[in-house]
Ligand binder design. Structure first.
Ligand code: C2E
Ligand code: MG
Ligand code: MG
Length: 703
């Protein structure tokens, strides 16, 4: 008699036979749960729905061969004993049945054999289960051993998925700062300590592996140490699966990767941040901006703006206080910039004295300008750097995110253009990029192309304006002034294209052309002159041309080429070209002076010359700016300035030239100050080369 409850599936098409079998079963089984099916469909559904302890099947169900029933049972419930019940059976079929995996067969006429057959089938199954468990246990301990050998330094875990218990090795617990007894075997001992940022992903990946989607489990995550801190750990694991591919166990390791992670993070941080200020660098900023642009294109309501912040005249700080102090200023200003922003905003140092800010939720231009105003305000108070008070201001250009932007760099470029406009308005200004600037930018772009072409197509011309001796009215020299014979816009004056040429670097080839042409022209004058003192030619050098190209080498080459004696060439530099970088300027002026050319300071009085530098520069003349000369008649103050400059020149032992003399009264006044030279419409406007040669033939100008 079998005492355990036993659930049996019976496939039998004949009701009488079913009753016969059931009666027989009840004789042997005290607690019987019988599921009777009569055809293949119900049979399969039952198999798939319930687990059974035993299957009894008639071998001769019409339209359903017994072997098919057996095979289906093998597939769906491979461990369930299967006994064939049949009316008649030849030897061959009996052998087939057993070979196919049936536990036994019973003839209906010998139904008394059913009880013992069930008993022995169950016994065989029990033994098989025992064997399997033993094998499993062996395999388990072998695996655990292999893992232990593999990772002596690592912690190990072994997860019994069926019982949902985890065996953690002592090392595993120790790595989290715990004694072996502190941590039990519940999965939460592990998952409950994982950082909340990563626990979700951890579960997901675990699931993916257990369900068979991922070949193995591997993840780096933070886990709470006993001391409360988080450690970076790498976990690897591999599931062990049964014949159906169902994972019933997972074992693996835990490796502390905190130091590697920290090093990686440091490297990553360094690669994306400016080492001096710790702010984001250009790369990181570009990346954030790129994301913002992408978000802006996806979502209409998302608004943002870029502020391009460029410190004003930072060079002066570097030059006067030294680079170390300059660095301190940059760091201090970086902190102030950070202070005016909200948590989500990004401040970056793009390089040198240029910063950029990315702000979100900026709905209109006024709001962006308010942020710029906050920046100006924050930068306002003087900084105390090495005992000096430093006043910093910045020019800010703003570009607002808009759907038309496809690339981050376009936005940055527009903010830069706006910044440039702000800078032209003087220190501490802001400008916002808008469609109208867009038009300016487009025009500028066209000018750029045209200007480069002008050099190739020889559209540049030189005009000359005489410099006369106020005492003798003789022409002492000629100033070369460049013009652009634009194919559509006519004759353009230098103010309309020199600043652009400087900005785009075209000033260097343009300046070379001017110098070559002027020297060649002056050489012709010399050849035509019939004795008398030589006439010098003056050539203007722009600040950028002077600082960015090797002017001494160029001058040397051009003098050689043209055969013009060096003293016949005068180079004009503005005050600011010299004073922006006095040390660099001095280094270039020396070699130029040694070539024997004359060096004049143009537009004197408008810059901020330091007298001490003035003494040190090897200059030959001061050209008094037109602004003072033109107001001389009306403003006593300007008259005094002119007189002072003339006196200063005399004291420095250099010559003086008054620019922009238009009236006889101005000329008379200048004579009374003993100003030696003058230039202006009173004597002659700038004229084309041919006319200049004509003026030189008479040499004397009236005015
Ligand atoms: P600048 O060197 O101070 O040249 C004198 C400017 O004053 C010229 O203007 C000249 O036409 C103008 N001027 C002369 N006399 C009078 C006068 O009596 N009344 C008035 N109202 N103006 C007078 P321009 O030719 O337009 O040149 C402007 C500036 O462009 C020059 O100022 C110079 O700084 C720059 N420039 C001219 N040619 C070159 C060049 O080849 N290279 C560079 N880098 N700059 C140049
Ligand atoms: Mg000049
Ligand atoms: Mg001038």
């Amino acid at each position: 008699m079998i005492d355990d409850p036993l659930s049996i599936l019976m496939l039998e098409d004949d009701a009488a036979d079913q009753q016969l079998l059931e009666r027989e079963l009840r004789k042997h089984i005290r607690q019987l749960a019988l599921t009777w099916v009569t055809g293949p469909q119900d049979y399969e559904r039952a198999l798939r729905t319930f687990p059974f302890d035993l299957i009894l099947a008639d071998y001769n169900v019409p339209g359903y061969h017994g072997l098919a029933a057996l095979e289906l049972a093998r597939r769906i419930a491979p461990r369930t004993p299967f006994i064939v019940v049949t009316g008649s059976l030849d030897e061959e079929t009996a052998a087939d049945i057993v070979k196919a995996g049936a536990a036994d067969y019973v003839l209906k006429e010998r139904i008394a054999r059913l009880g013992p057959a069930i008993g022995s089938a169950r016994e065989r199954q029990r033994m098989e289960n025992e064997k399997e468990t033993a094998v499993l246990a062996l395999r388990e301990s072998e695996e655990r051993y292999a893992l232990a050998v593999g990772g002596a330094h690592d912690g190990l875990f072994d997860w019994d998925l069926r019982r949902n218990r985890i065996h953690f090795s002592p090392r595993w617990k120790q790595m989290l700062g715990h004694a072996a007894a502190d941590i039990g075997s519940a999965p939460d001992e592990w998952l409950g300590r994982i950082h909340s940022d990563e626990v979700g992903e951890f579960r997901q990946r675990l699931d993916a592996h257990l369900k068979g989607g991922e070949a193995h489990f591997e993840m780096e995550y933070r886990i709470r140490h006993q001391d409360g801190s988080y450690r970076w750990m790498l976990s690897r694991g591999l599931a062990v699966r049964d014949e159906q591919g169902e994972a019933y166990r997972m074992a693996g390791s835990l490796t502390d990767v905190t130091r590697r992670k920290e090093a990686e993070e440091r490297l990553l941080h360094d690669a994306l941040h400016d080492s001096l200020t710790g702010l984001a660098n250009r790369t990181l900023f570009g990346d954030r901006l790129h994301q913002a642009v992408a978000r802006g294109r996806r979502r209409d309501e998302y608004s943002f703006a870029v502020l391009y912040v460029d410190l004003d005249q930072f060079k002066v700080v570097n030059d006067s206080l030294g680079h170390l102090a300059g660095d301190e200023v940059l760091v201090a200003l970086a902190r102030r910039l950070e202070a005016c922003l909200r948590p989500g905003d990004t401040v970056a140092r793009l390089g040198g004295d240029e910063f950029a800010v990315l702000v979100e939720d900026v709905d209109d231009g006024r709001q962006a300008l308010r942020i710029a105003a906050r920046i100006h305000e924050e930068l306002g108070p003087p900084l105390k750097i090495r005992g000096h008070e430093v006043f910093a201001t910045a020019s800010v250009g703003i570009a607002r995110g808009a759907a038309r932007y496809e690339h981050a760099h376009d936005l940055l470029r527009d903010a830069d253009i706006a910044m440039y406009r702000a800078k032209r308005r003087g220190r501490g200004n802001s400008e916002i990029f808008d469609a109208s600037i867009d038009a300016v930018a487009t025009l500028r772009l066209r000018m750029e192309t045209e200007l480069r072409r002008a050099l190739v197509r020889q559209e540049l011309r030189l005009h000359f304006q005489p410099v006369v001796s106020l005492e003798t009215r003789r022409i002492a020299g000629m100033e070369a002034l460049v013009r652009w014979q634009h194919p559509e816009r006519g004759m353009l004056l230098p103010d309309e294209f020199i600043p652009l040429a400087e900005e785009i670097g075209a000033i260097v080839p343009l300046g070379q052309w001017v110098l070559r042409s002027a020297c060649a022209e002056a050489r012709r004058w010399e050849e035509q002159a019939s004795g008398g003192p030589p006439v010098a030619v003056s050539v203007n050098l722009s600040a950028r041309q002077f600082s960015q190209s090797d002017v001494p080498a160029l001058v040397c080459e051009v003098l050689d080429e043209s055969g013009l004696p060096a003293p016949s060439l005068r180079l004009e530099l503005t005050e600011s070209a010299l004073m922006d970088d006095p040390v660099g300027a001095a280094a270039k002026l020396g070699p130029l002076k040694q070539l024997g050319v004359n060096l004049d300071i143009d537009d004197f009085g408008t810059g901020y010359s330091s007298l001490s530098y003035l003494r040190r520069f090897p200059i030959d003349a001061l050209k008094i700016d037109r602004a003072f000369v033109s107001r001389m008649d009306a403003e006593p103050e300007d008259r005094e300035i002119v007189r002072t400059i003339v006196t200063l020149a005399a004291n420095l032992g250099v010559s003086a030239v008054a620019e922009g003399v238009e009236t006889p009264a101005q000329a008379a006044q200048l004579r009374s100050f003993l100003c030696p030279y003058a230039q202006g419409f009173l004597f002659s406007r700038p004229v084309a080369a041919g006319e200049a040669a004509g003026l030189l033939r008479s040499r004397i100008l009236h005015g």
